[in-house]
Design a protein around this ligand. Structure first.
Ligand SMILES: [Ca+2]
Length: 460
C-alpha cells in the first residue's frame, strides 16, 4: 500500500474508498454525511426487559405442565405444595429471535414438595417491553447453574450436572451447553459447528476468521482490503463480474480501516440513523476486545433493500486500525454470527515477504562471510527444518556466489490463499528478466518456504 503515502494519489484513493464505503455500507456513510437533513430522527421508545418485570411475569413450567404467574420472583401454592421462582442473578439479555429487541433467558426452578428441585431454562420474548413466554428446556433435578449468557444470539449455560457416580443431592460434572432459538424451538448446539470450516488468515493485520466449507472468498478491492465471503456459486459470479448489481449478493464482507485511512479521516461506520434506516447498536466481546455491533433496519425501500430488511456492521479494533465486518444479506445472519465468534487474533510472525527476505539475506550473509552456497543451504535447512525445501535444482544456488547488493533485490507481489502463500522475487535492475516464485505454507502459524521456482522469461 505504498502509494497511499504518495501525495499525488491521495485524493483519488480517498475518493475510491469513500465511494466504496458508500456502496458497501448501503449508502449510509455518504448519505448521513452529505444528504441527510440535520433534524434528528426520533429515538425509538425504550422497550427493554428488566429484571423487575421478569420477576413479575407468567412462566410455563415444563416439569409440572403448568402456567404460573410469579410475584416478585416467587410463587407458593401450599395446598398443592408447589413452590416456584426464578434466580435473579441468572438472567441474561440478548436478541434471540432477530427482531432487534432484547429478549431474556431466565433460569426458573420448581419444587412439588418432595426432594426434587427442577431447573428449567425459560426464553422470554420482548413484546413492547413486556416479557412474553416463548419456550423452555428442562435442565435437570438439582443441577447447579453457574452462569448464563447470550452472545450473538447463542445462549451458553455453564452448569454442574450429575456424573455417573453422583448422588442426586450433589452433582459434580461441569458442563457447558449452548442453545439457539429457531422459530419457537430451542436447539441444542453441537460443541463447535465451525470445526470443519475453512480458515481465512490475514497476517498483515493479525487475525483469522472461519467461513463455511462450501463458501469461498474473493478480494474485491485490494486498496481497502475489501474481501467478500459467500457461497461458492455467488463468488464465482462476482469474480466473473456477473453479480454486482445487488448489494445483497455480497452476503458477508469486510473492509479494513487501517491507520493510514483513519489518519486521513476515512472512518469506519459509526451507526447514525438516516431518513431511511433505523440503527441500534450494542457492545460485543470479540476475542477479548470490545467491538460494536450495529443493526440497521430499512424504513423504506432503498437500493436493493426492501422496507424491513436489515443489515449489520460490526467494528472490531485491530492493533493498527479497525476491521469492519458487514452482513449485507440478512438470511445469512446465523453464519455471520458464527464467523464473528470464530474471530481470533493471531501472533503476527514474519509475513511471507519477510520470510523470503530473510531467506535471501542468508545468501548475502553467506557471500559476506565467504560461506559456500552449501553452508548456507545447510543453515536454511536447519532453520526452516523443512524436508520439502526444493531449491537445490534452482539457479539461485549458483547466484549465491555472485549476489546483487541488497538494494537490488526486490521481494515483490505476495498472494495469500488460506494456508499457502506465494511471493515473486525479482532482481531489477541487474537481472530485469529474472523472476522467482517462492511458495510458502503456514505451519503452526509460521510461514515456511516449501518451493522455489524459476519463472524467468527467456534465459538467464
Ligand atoms: Ca428479540
Amino acid at each position: 500500500m505504498t502509494f497511499i503515502t504518495q501525495g499525488k494519489t491521495n485524493w483519488k484513493f480517498l475518493l475510491i474508498v469513500v465511494v466504496l464505503a458508500a456502496i458497501v455500507g448501503g449508502g449510509i456513510f455518504a448519505y448521513q454525511y452529505w444528504w441527510v437533513p440535520k433534524e434528528k430522527i426520533e429515538a425509538p421508545v425504550e422497550t427493554k426487559l428488566t429484571i423487575d418485570n421478569l420477576k413479575n411475569a407468567e412462566y410455563y413450567f415444563l416439569s409440572y405442565d403448568r402456567r404460573i404467574q410469579l410475584t416478585n420472583g416467587q410463587y407458593e401454592d401450599w395446598p398443592s405444595r408447589i413452590t416456584a421462582g426464578i434466580y435473579n442473578d441468572k438472567i441474561a439479555f440478548g436478541d434471540l429471535n432477530n427482531d432487534g429487541k432484547e429478549d431474556a433467558v431466565v433460569i426458573v426452578t420448581i419444587n412439588g414438595g418432595g426432594s426434587g428441585d427442577f431447573r428449567e431454562l425459560a426464553i422470554m420474548g420482548n413484546q413492547d417491553g413486556n416479557p412474553t413466554y416463548l419456550t423452555s428446556k428442562e435442565l435437570g433435578d438439582r443441577v447447579i447453574i453457574n452462569s448464563v449468557s447470550i452472545q450473538l444470539g447463542i445462549i451458553t449455560i455453564n452448569m454442574i450436572t450429575h456424573g455417573p457416580n453422583d448422588a442426586m443431592c450433589c452433582p459434580t460434572k461441569e458442563e457447558l451447553v449452548r442453545y439457539k432459538l429457531s422459530g419457537n424451538q430451542l436447539l441444542e448446539m453441537t460443541v463447535d459447528e465451525t470445526a470443519d470450516w475453512q480458515t481465512y488468515r490475514n497476517d498483515e493485520y493479525g487475525f483469522e476468521i472461519k467461513y463455511p466449507l462450501n463458501w469461498d472468498y474473493t478480494i474485491f478491492d485490494p486498496v481497502s482490503n475489501q474481501t467478500i465471503f459467500a457461497p461458492q456459486d455467488i463468488i464465482e459470479k462476482i469474480r466473473n463480474k456477473e453479480q454486482l448489481d445487488s448489494m445483497n449478493s455480497l452476503v458477508v464482507d469486510f473492509i479494513i480501516y487501517d491507520k493510514t485511512l483513519i489518519d486521513k479521516g476515512v472512518l469506519p461506520y459509526s451507526g447514525q440513523s438516516t431518513d431511511y434506516t433505523k440503527v441500534s447498536s450494542s457492545e460485543i466481546d470479540i476475542a477479548g476486545v470490545k467491538g460494536t455491533y450495529y443493526v440497521s433496519e430499512y424504513l423504506q425501500d432503498k437500493y436493493s433493500y426492501k422496507q424491513g430488511d436489515k443489515t449489520i456492521v460490526v467494528n472490531i479494533p485491530l492493533k493498527n486500525g479497525y476491521l469492519s465486518m458487514l452482513l449485507e444479506d440478512y438470511q445469512y445472519l446465523s453464519i455471520f454470527n458464527q464467523m464473528l465468534s470464530s474471530f481470533e487474533f493471531i501472533e503476527t510472525g514474519l509475513t511471507p515477504q519477510q520470510v523470503v527476505l530473510e531467506f535471501y539475506q542468508c545468501y548475502l550473509h553467506a557471500l559476506n562471510q565467504q560461506k559456500s552456497a552449501e553452508e548456507c543451504r545447510n543453515y536454511l535447512e536447519r532453520n526452516y527444518n523443512q524436508e520439502t525445501l526444493e531449491f537445490r535444482n534452482v539457479n539461485v544456488i549458483v547466484w549465491a556466489q555472485d549476489l546483487p547488493p541488497e538494494d537490488n533485490l526486490y521481494v515483490g507481489e505476495e498472494l495469500i490463499n488460506g494456508n499457502t502463500a506465494s511471493v515473486i522475487v525479482s532482481f531489477p535492475p541487474i537481472w530485469p528478466n529474472h523472476k522467482l516464485k517462492v511458495t510458502l505454507d503456514s505451519i503452526n502459524n509460521e510461514w515456511k518456504i516449501t518451493k522455489i521456482e524459476d519463472i524467468s522469461e527467456g534465459s538467464f
